[in-house]
Design a protein. Structure first.
Length: 430
């Protein structure tokens, strides 16, 4: 690679503008580490005159990012727009086809089109780097691709969304409701100010799980339908009950090989208070890998925000500047295959079920009859009456049961008018 490197940044939101400033102030350090002089020759965003935390050079501004590739000799392009399709895909695709290295934090793009884009990068012998797409500043992808590359990894799981972890931690700490804690998270910048739905419904974590699966198991990015549940229905009383049971509530992303099949899932879990994962609080992320012969590896750190994300983007930049041309997904496209999906109906787990009911005789027996009919046995039962409202909370901890059984049971209970709202279901992590 030549000594003078031309760089373009597409997308100047929180991450893009922070990255631009980091590249500017760390030019000398980058040269010291790599021997390369970097030169930012083009930037692009929707609005040239938008107020930003860091100044941009308007002389190198392009409204249409595709024109950057036509009019400049770009060596490395950062894509920081964040869409799974549209202009994000177009600009990355065009850059790779024009022998330009691409670095992106865009997990939505990689989880959907990573195989296709990786194939282009391999053919053109350029890099497609996306360390920042999973775990923010935690070097989890490079750890899997390089540090643990000869290990047989069987399971990867953890807290992959800082927004959700902050919300759950605060609800537990303050006993406040979801709505109020979400407003606080938005004020602090931990949650999107407009629509944080992709964080709280589990979709953000799902995209990261798909990327981790591909790298950990050396397979194509799965297109399987998977179990995905968010945290919107969890209430403060669930934390009170969890504390009584010596448990904590965490949203986990999990991927593993079961019976030679891929099982990916995202859902809230009840974890032991004294477990490692139970003590990861606030906006932190933590990822645990089970491998052979290495055993268990744990990585923890800031999972979101412009600082940690830029740290990962800079790491990718240095890797490219040092001349490390490698397969984006660890193994070449021709050698990665799809892996069959594990049947989610056969997923067995102990459950926490909370029913809000009218406090009338016979309600509990009706619920337990439905459980028995669907082969769900009870391990523990807690009743919390509300004499003022003449209602009660019925909490049932079950023995292990199949997903199909719990689905069928909850469907059959939908028609019961004595159950006042949708039951809360949480899984005990095992």
């Amino acid at each position: 690679m030549k000594n003078k490197i031309n760089i373009a940044i597409v997308g100047l939101g929180q991450i893009g503008s922070y990255l631009l400033n980091e590249l500017t102030i760390r030019k000398k350090n980058i040269k010291l580490l790599t021997g390369k002089d970097i030169n930012i020759v083009a930037v692009s965003a929707k609005n040239k005159n938008k107020k930003r935390k860091f100044k941009i050079n308007k002389k190198i501004f392009y409204k249409n990012p595709l024109k950057i590739i036509d009019k400049n000799k770009i060596d490395i392009l950062f894509e920081c727009i964040g869409l799974s399709d549209g202009i994000s895909k177009k600009v990355v695709e065009k850059a790779l086809k024009n022998y330009i290295h691409v670095i992106t934090p865009n997990k939505a793009l990689i989880s959907k089109h990573g195989d296709y884009l990786s194939n282009i990068a391999e053919r053109k012998k350029v890099n497609l780097e996306f360390e920042a797409s999973v775990g923010g500043g935690i070097p989890i992808l490079r750890t899997i691709k390089e540090g643990l590359s000869t290990n047989r990894i069987t399971k990867v799981y953890g807290i992959l969304n800082g927004t959700c972890n902050y919300l759950l931690s605060e609800m537990d700490r303050t006993n406040d409701n979801f709505k109020n804690v979400l407003k606080k998270a938005q004020t602090l910048g931990y949650a999107e100010p407009g629509n944080p739905k992709l964080d709280i419904n589990g979709y953000d974590t799902l995209a990261k799980v798909r990327i981790l699966s591909s790298l950990a198991f050396k397979k194509k990015i799965s297109k399987n339908e998977l179990l995905m549940e968010g945290i919107e229905n969890i209430e403060s009383k669930d934390f009170e009950i969890a504390n009584q049971l010596n448990l904590k509530i965490k949203l986990l992303g999990i991927t593993e090989i079961l019976n030679n099949k891929l099982f990916e899932r995202v859902h809230p879990c009840l974890v032991r208070k004294n477990s490692y994962i139970g003590n990861v609080n606030g906006a932190m992320n933590a990822i645990i890998l089970d491998g052979n012969p290495v055993g268990q590896s744990i990585l923890q750190g800031e999972g979101a925000g412009p600082g940690p994300t830029s740290s990962a983007l800079m790491s990718d930049l240095l890797s490219i500047l040092r001349g490390n041309i490698k397969n984006p997904l660890g193994v070449s496209s021709s050698k990665r295959k799809y892996i069959s999906a594990f049947n989610v109906n056969n997923y067995e787990n102990s459950l926490y079920l909370r029913f809000e009911v009218k406090d009338k005789p016979g309600v509990l027996s009706e619920i337990t009859k439905h459980l028995a009919k669907n082969k769900i046995s009870i391990q523990r039962l807690i009743q919390i009456p509300d004499n003022k409202l003449k209602t009660a909370s019925i909490v049932i901890i079950t023995h292990k049961t199949k997903q199909l059984n719990s689905d069928n049971c909850l469907k059959s209970l939908k028609k019961n008018k004595k159950i006042l709202k949708r039951p809360v279901l949480l899984r005990l992590f095992n």
